[in-house]
Design a protein around this ligand. Structure first.
Ligand SMILES: Cc1cc2nc3c(=O)[nH]c(=O)nc-3n(C[C@H](O)[C@H](O)[C@H](O)COP(=O)(O)OP(=O)(O)OC[C@H]3O[C@@H](n4cnc5c(N)ncnc54)[C@H](O)[C@@H]3O)c2cc1C
Length: 495
């Protein structure tokens, strides 16, 4: 139940103040914390349990103001590449390929809308791509609560990606490189021997030598030739204005596996001990925080209702009273499972191409790093001096994105996911206790999926060495099946 109270005593400006930590954010954006809707400004949740779910998420973001090059389909333009989707993956690829004079059109129902998801990334991942200015805020350290008695501090800066800055940067590149945009939804993709076309919901038909599907996880254009036995990450996240919170402002909370908040919730406690969820939190200042209750991976997917119920219990236990829900998100990410059929006539990038990290669900930084590699393969085939079309083109681009070595390492990360699926709360705690004790080169590399197969093998041995006896028992008893599965897939990939 909600109640009306007196207006907030301090103006929202106070919420833009820098945190009191010695670490200053790389950039801050006033748009980052929009003013409340008029009708919500004075409302504060007042339910007996502090249930923030009663609050109406504002989720209001203005479209980006930008002059794009719009395509005129009636002119029957000659295109080399059509990219379906203007998410991080689609825009990054369009921007890259068009640098080389390739004629690109990006099709999206709303190319200028703000991306809806809250993205986090390790700072080094974006910095190595020259995108260090694309964070709203960075934290010099992260923390992981293994349980009530043990907390680990990770000496690796983490940041919240500034969606607007990143999107503007990619759009600017597209604009200067001559990328055309078409505001429509692609409905159907057709293929002929050396050409493909898409039919859009506005009745237009566009033709190009190659179609890249960057329409996200729900795509139906990319085909699979193996059963799709994904795990799923499911999470409920809110960017919230709170009365106060207990988080250190100079640390982001990567994982909180404590379950003391479920003491009075026997049903939730039992299910949490079998299928655990953790809290992820990015504290921006003393009143503004992004909170996300997350099931790292489950199969079948954990119920969203359950995730939200656990989050309510956790926030109540932590004394976090939510005044406003500025944004809310349902996060559902398919993890692991087989790659799409390789090759096939539609190319994929981002969520459609199996790029989500099978053990963590992270994908943005990886996609931004791999888009230039895929762009190179496309340019090699479609560039002015080469005329590679049809099957040889599909073969080159799919193998450019997924060479054998990358497929093998992905099998390993998927093995990681299969292992996590078998762990209960205690097993998961022991796993992360040992994992974050590893040499940072290993855990950094694993989370950023940049380890070679040899390094992954070394990591496994080291992880086993760092594990507690109960964890070793878990590994020995629960891992053989996923291990055999991984070996089978590795052999299939290699032949
Ligand atoms: C809530 C949430 C939070 C996440 N947080 C993180 C995170 O913190 N860090 C991280 O690394 N990863 C995160 N991920 C995972 C992943 O990075 C994101 O899902 C990312 O947005 C995927 O990028 P994408 O470009 O592949 O697809 P999307 O971002 O989904 O973009 C797809 C685009 O295609 C358009 N489209 C869809 N269908 C069509 C069609 N038929 N025709 C034309 N256009 C179409 C859509 O409108 C959209 O603009 C998160 C995922 C979710 C769901």
């Amino acid at each position: 139940m909600e109640a009306l109270i007196t207006p907030l005593s301090s103006p929202p400006l106070s919420l833009y103040q820098k945190p009191s930590s010695s670490f200053s954010p790389l950039t801050t954006s006033p748009l980052f914390f929009p003013k409340p809707h008029k009708h919500l400004r004075h409302r504060i949740q007042n339910s007996k349990y502090g249930n923030f779910l009663d609050l109406i998420p504002e989720n209001k973001s203005d479209p980006i103001k930008f002059d794009l090059n719009w395509l005129d389909p009636s002119q029957k333009p000659r295109l080399d590449l059509i990219v379906i989707g203007a998410g991080p993956a689609g825009l990054c690829l369009a921007e890259r390929v068009s640098r080389y004079g390739i004629r690109v059109c990006c099709v999206d129902p709303d190319p200028l809308s703000m991306w809806p998801n809250n993205y986090g990334s390790w700072v080094d991942e974006l910095s190595s791509l020259g995108l260090e200015d694309c964070f709203d805020k960075t934290w010099p350290m992260s923390s992981v609560h293994i349980d009530d008695h043990k907390t680990k501090y990770l000496d690796r800066p983490y940041g919240r990606i500034n969606r607007k800055t990143l999107k503007m940067k990619l759009l600017s590149g597209c604009l200067s490189n001559g990328v055309k945009f078409h505001k429509a939804k692609a409905w159907k993709v057709n293929h002929q021997e050396f050409e493909s076309s898409i039919v859009c919901d506005d009745g237009s038909e566009l033709k190009a030598s190659l179609i890249v599907d960057a329409s996200g996880f729900a795509s139906s254009f990319v085909e699979y030739d193996k059963p799709r036995n994904h795990g799923y990450q499911i999470a409920h996240g809110i960017l919230a204005e709170v009365e106060e919170h207990p988080f250190d402002l100079d640390k982001m909370l990567l994982m909180d596996w404590r379950d003391s908040h479920l003491g009075n919730e026997p049903n939730l406690r039992v299910s949490n001990s079998r299928f655990p969820t953790f809290l992820y939190a990015m504290p921006f200042d003393s009143n503004l925080v992004f909170l996300e209750e997350t099931s790292l991976v489950s199969r079948p997917v954990l119920s969203y209702k359950e995730v939200k119920a656990r989050m309510v219990a956790r926030l109540r236990h932590m004394g976090i009273r939510v005044k406003r829900v500025i944004e809310s998100e349902k996060c559902l990410i398919p993890m692991g499972g087989p790659l799409p059929k390789i090759p096939q006539s539609v190319m994929g990038i981002g969520g459609t191409a199996g790029l989500a990290h099978p053990s963590t669900g992270y994908m943005v930084a990886k996609t931004l790093a791999l888009a230039p590699i895929l762009a190179e393969s496309i340019v090699e085939c479609l560039g002015s001096t080469r005329m590679i079309r049809g099957q040889p083109l599909y073969h080159r681009v799919w193998n450019g994105l997924w060479p054998i070595e990358r497929r093998l390492t992905r099998e390993f990360y998927t093995f990681g996911m299969e292992t996590l699926l078998k762990l209960d709360l205690e097993g998961t705690r022991s796993f992360f206790d040992a994992f974050f004790d590893l040499n940072p080169e290993y855990w950094h590399g694993f989370l950023s999926s940049r380890l070679s197969i040899t390094e992954l093998a070394m990591l496994s041995l080291s992880l086993f060495g760092h594990s507690s006896n109960s964890s070793k028992f878990d590994i020995v008893t629960k891992c053989p099946a996923p291990l055999v599965k991984m070996m089978g897939n590795v052999v299939l990939d290699a032949i």
